[in-house]
Structures are given as structure tokens and as C-alpha cells.
Design a protein around this ligand. Structure first.
Ligand SMILES: C[S@@+](CC[C@H](N)C(=O)[O-])C[C@H]1O[C@@H](n2cnc3c(N)ncnc32)[C@H](O)[C@@H]1O
Length: 313
């Protein structure tokens, strides 16, 4: 999960000292590779969310303590709808609306809902968040937004808009932050020890550029409970959930590590030094016995935080 735009984990409070203000890239300042082609990432998003199912199950289990029988649940930034499907399972009496900017991903979410047998209580809304939620027919009892708010230009405004779409007593649950995932021993037996920590640092720079390049990007101190409170909600707790898949890993976990590192190489690999680039290339070479395709010491350890807040009755 770490390494790669979606994989991205917590980062320094970007612009923490800059206050809440619109910002734009300086004229002529252009960065490649910060635009994410979501449809292209469909399979990766799907397999990643499936691998992370145990973590999500525990997170949703925690949410049922706050909202035991919601009528309308919105998955904001649902992607291909793996979480939407889990929400449908956890809340069998709820209508589920998956909202996303990518129509191809929502097509997958719809197909998944039909396959899992809850297509009759499943809807989609395609369009830019948060404005697309204006098309909800009813206020929501639960809005779930996992790893989507950090892709929205004005995170504070997005949370305020989500709060506006909640029914009295409704819950907003935002999965953002946690810890950078780890897949590898510190010392791989070749290269320079500590590769993943250096990749994290480079990814943070990439992530900052990604946010800066969002049209209308607004700098924000990423204090999620404070932002939720500013949106008029009552913060109701933050909890962090682990995915702990020790070595030896399943083929699915191995494939996830390979996909994550490969995406990291594509996106910000050019910023690694020559030694680390060579190490990453070895790790990704299926013909190399020391690669992630073969090594026995691979593991997946990830921690994701869910922040919740409630709208007053
Ligand atoms: C990292 S994925 C998360 C998918 C899913 N929630 C999960 O946790 O697996 C982010 C999702 O947000 C969507 N997204 C990003 N920016 C958006 C925007 N401005 N409006 C609507 N959806 C957006 C993307 O299409 C993508 O599906």
C-alpha cells in the first residue's frame, strides 16, 4: 500500500503553517506524473482493497458501534466499490450510494454490487466530489470516504460539504493518514539499507506536488478532527487499524507488493539515487532470486487511521 499515490500514507501536515488559502503553482512551473489516471488503476485499487479487507472489516465493525442501522450510506470516492460492497454487507438494511469521478470505476462498482447480490439497493453518482453529492435524494446517515479526501483540492470545503449532506445524528468517517506501509526488511542483503524509508521521503515530495497541482488546491493543516469540527460536526474518535500479513505471504500479497513498488518506480523512481534505483530494479526483476517475486522475507504491515464525527441531532 505504501509507495504510489494511493498507497500513500501519512505525510507531514502539508502547508501546516500557511493557513487556509488558495494556492497555485508558479507560472511556468510544471510537474509531470501527478495526474492520476484512476480508470487505469482499477485493477490495482480492486486487488489492494481486497487484500486489505481484514483491516476494513475491523474499521467498519467499529463504525457499527456508532451507526448500527443507517438507512443511506454514501461511499465518497468509492473507486471500484470494494468498500461499497463491504458497507452493503455490514449494513444489510442500508441503501448504498457509491460516488466517484470515474465512470469506469463506478461501472466496476455496479458490477460488483450485482455479483454480490445487493444491486437492488445500490446506486452510483458520477461526478466531481464534493459537489456531486448535491444529487443525493436524501441526507446520508453515514458518509465513508477512504483515501479520497486527499485527492480533493479543498479538503476543508469537502468535509464541510459532506457534513451538509448528513442527516441529523449521521456520521462522517474519513480514512486518512496512519503509517507508511512496510514490505521489506531494513537490510535486503544488497544495496543500501533503509530503502523504504528513503522512498517514503521521496513519495511525500511527490504527494505535495500532486496536491499543489490539483486545480484550485488549498493548503491545509491536516488535523482531521479539527477540520470536521470546523464543518460543524462533533468529532467522535479516531482509530487506527492494522493489516499485518507476516512472511511468508500469499501470492496476492506478493502481487500487491510488486504492483506497489512498480508503480512507485514509475511515478517517483527518477528521484531515487543510482544505488536505490538499482536496488529497486533488482527487487522488481522476476528473474532475480532476490526480487519481491521470490524472496521469502516479504511481509505487508500497514496502518490506516479512520476519523469519525457526528452531526448533531
Ligand atoms: C485512492 S482511491 C480510493 C478508492 C477507495 N475509496 C478505496 O479506499 O479503495 C481515490 C478515489 O477517489 C476518486 N477521486 C479522486 N478525485 C476525485 C474528485 N475530484 N471527484 C470525485 N472522485 C475523485 C478517484 O476516482 C478514486 O476512485
Amino acid at each position: 500500500m505504501a509507495h504510489g499515490p494511493d498507497a500513500h500514507q501519512p505525510h507531514e501536515p502539508h502547508g501546516a503553517h500557511e493557513g487556509h488559502r488558495p494556492r497555485s503553482a508558479p507560472a511556468g512551473h510544471h510537474h509531470d506524473h501527478t495526474d492520476v489516471d484512476w480508470a487505469e488503476m482499477a485493477t490495482m485499487l480492486e486487488t489492494q482493497a481486497e487484500l486489505f479487507a481484514p483491516l476494513y472489516e475491523r474499521a467498519l465493525g467499529w463504525l457499527t458501534e456508532q451507526q448500527s442501522a443507517p438507512g443511506l450510506v454514501v461511499d465518497a470516492g468509492s473507486g471500484p466499490g470494494v468498500l461499497s460492497g463491504m458497507l452493503a454487507e455490514v449494513f444489510p438494511g442500508a441503501r448504498i450510494v457509491a460516488a466517484d469521478g470515474s465512470a469506469p470505476l463506478l461501472d466496476r462498482a455496479r458490477a460488483r454490487a450485482d455479483r454480490l447480490g445487493h444491486g437492488d439497493r445500490f446506486d452510483t453518482i458520477v461526478g466531481e466530489l464534493p459537489d456531486s453529492l448535491d444529487r443525493l435524494e436524501y441526507p446520508a446517515d453515514l458518509i465513508w470516504a477512504s483515501r479520497s479526501v486527499h485527492h480533493l483540492a479543498d479538503q476543508r470545503a469537502a468535509l464541510a460539504a459532506f457534513a451538509d449532506r448528513l442527516a441529523p445524528g449521521g456520521t462522517l468517517a474519513v480514512m486518512e493518514g496512519g503509517l507508511p506501509a512496510r514490505f521489506l526488511p531494513r537490510d535486503l542483503g544488497f544495496g543500501r539499507a533503509g530503502l523504504e524509508a528513503r522512498m517514503d521521503a521521496i513519495e511525500q515530495t511527490w504527494f505535495g506536488r500532486m496536491r499543489d497541482d490539483l486545480p484550485g488546491s488549498v493548503a491545509e493543516a491536516e488535523d482531521w478532527p479539527a477540520m470536521m469540527a470546523a464543518a460543524g460536526l462533533r468529532p467522535a474518535g479516531s482509530r487506527t487499524f492494522l493489516l499485518d500479513l507476516p512472511a511468508p505471504v500469499s501470492d496476492a500479497a506478493r502481487a500487491h507488493v510488486a504492483a506497489s513498488l512498480s508503480r512507485a518506480r514509475d511515478i517517483f523512481g527518477a528521484d531515487l539515487d543510482a544505488t536505490d534505483t538499482a536496488t529497486l530494479d533488482r527487487l522488481l526483476d522476476p528473474d532475480d532470486k532476490a526480487s519481491v517475486h521470490h524472496r521469502q522475507d516479504l511481509y505487508v504491515l500497514a496502518a490506516h487511521t479512520v476519523h469519525t464525527a457526528v452531526r448533531a441531532l
